[in-house]
Design a protein around this ligand. Structure first.
Ligand SMILES: *Cc1c(COP(=O)(O)O)cnc(C)c1O
Length: 385
């Protein structure tokens, strides 16, 4: 496809990164498994030498991912956390990172249980409070401002424009984890993000069958450092994994619009149910950041959280009674899933911290799939009985 980025996302996902194989004229991505490539004379090769450094299938994926985020560059990794690991390796000993208090649990664990041992310090705060963030950045030399929006599982929306401006003003790198919105609904590069990170395991894969991560940037010096780290530390995806992601991309826009359409219907249904005390979905006018979500997102994605007024037994009974919603970790797949954060994804978070973030025993999180919304509503209705 031509270098033009003027196509809409629905077209980009189908064509971006697509190359017709020179030898066979195959239209679909070719999986090149070779780890090594013949050189024409010592040190002279056709762009590939050893597959940790680069492979044709991975290149194709990275080109497509960069196109989707409107960035100059993308690099792919073996998991979302491997991608995050590479970003943190941009830091030097003693560097300081400020993050949101409900950042993805694995990100927090990576910071506190791994990187803290190597002299990086992390601080967490409610990054919805811009004044607090500014006061903090004024007083502390900060290497990175690392945020996520919408957050997990309470789906709070961070003001990308303002946080991007603060990061710039105080000279720190603005890192945005765009996993929950996907590049279809939110382009952090438009709001000053220096680095964008994804767990491609989630919406980008969309089928819960491949683990992956990606980092996007438009800044050449950052890209060159990250590319070096990708090669030097080796947490790269296999050609098969790259192929699976390439296989998923053409339906990304279709899937995201269906996820969001279904999520709004389910959120509306739950809001009107007498056993549900509160529903959190950025697409509902009742969401405290609904207006901000409309400004910076072109759709509100497929995650819905809600408080079910019952005890732990009631929660267990409800989640077991759902027939179409699988009780499972992870998100972003075509199949609907239900998660009880306090006992599942967030069980490692200290109970008092958890509750201060609104992750009580009554909170449930749905990853709404692409099934018929009426069937999903009927399923929730019977399970709530
Ligand atoms: C899942 C997830 C990650 C980690 O990605 P893995 O692919 O599981 O390593 C990071 N950030 C967010 C927001 C996630 O949901």
């Amino acid at each position: 496809m031509s270098k033009s980025t003027s196509y809409s996302d629905a077209t980009q996902v189908v064509h971006a990164g697509s190359v017709v194989d020179e030898k066979t004229a195959a239209l679909s991505p070719v999986i090149v498994t070779s780890t090594t490539f013949e050189q024409t004379s010592p040190g002279v090769h056709k762009g590939y030498e050893y597959s940790r450094a680069a492979t044709p299938t991975r290149d194709q994926l990275e080109t497509a991912l960069a196109r989707l985020e409107n960035t100059q560059y993308a690099l792919s990794f073996a998991s979302g956390l491997a991608a995050e690991q590479a970003i943190l390796q941009l830091c030097d000993q003693g560097d300081h990172i400020l993050s949101c208090d409900d950042v993805y649990g694995g990100t927090r664990r990576l910071g506190e249980k791994v990187w803290a041992r190597y002299g990086l310090t992390f601080n967490y705060m409610d990054t919805c409070h811009l004044d607090k963030v500014e006061t903090y950045l004024k007083q502390h030399t900060t290497k990175m401002l690392w945020i996520e929006t919408p957050t997990n599982p309470t789906l709070r929306i961070m003001d990308l424009q303002s946080l991007g401006a603060l990061a710039k003003k105080y000279g720190c790198l603005f890192v945005v984890d765009n996993t929950f919105a996907s590049p279809i609904f939110q382009k952090p590069i438009d709001f000053g993000a220096d680095i964008i990170v994804h767990s491609t395991t989630k919406y980008i894969s969309g089928h819960c069958d491949v683990l992956g991560g990606a980092v996007m940037t438009s800044q050449t010096p950052i890209y060159e450092k990250l590319q070096f780290l990708q090669m030097a530390t080796g947490a790269v995806p296999s050609p098969f994994d790259c192929y699976l992601l390439l296989r998923s991309l053409p339906t990304l826009a279709l899937r995201m619009h269906k996820h969001a359409e279904n999520a709004l219907k389910l959120a509306t249904f739950l809001s009107n149910h007498n056993k549900i005390t509160k529903v959190i979905y950025p697409g509902l006018p009742s969401h405290p950041n609904h207006e901000l979500a409309k400004q910076q997102m072109s759709g509100c994605s497929g995650m819905v959280s809600f408080y079910y007024d019952t005890d732990l037994e009631g929660i267990a009974r409800f989640s077991q009674s759902c027939k179409l919603f699988y009780l499972a970790e992870s998100l972003g797949g075509v199949k609907s899933m239900i998660n009880h954060p306090a006992a599942m994804t967030h069980v490692s978070v200290d109970k008092t911290v958890r509750e201060s973030l609104g992750i009580t025993d009554q909170l449930l999180r749905l990853s709404v799939g692409i099934e018929d919304p009426e069937d999903l509503i009927a399923d929730l209705k019977q399970a709530l009985k």
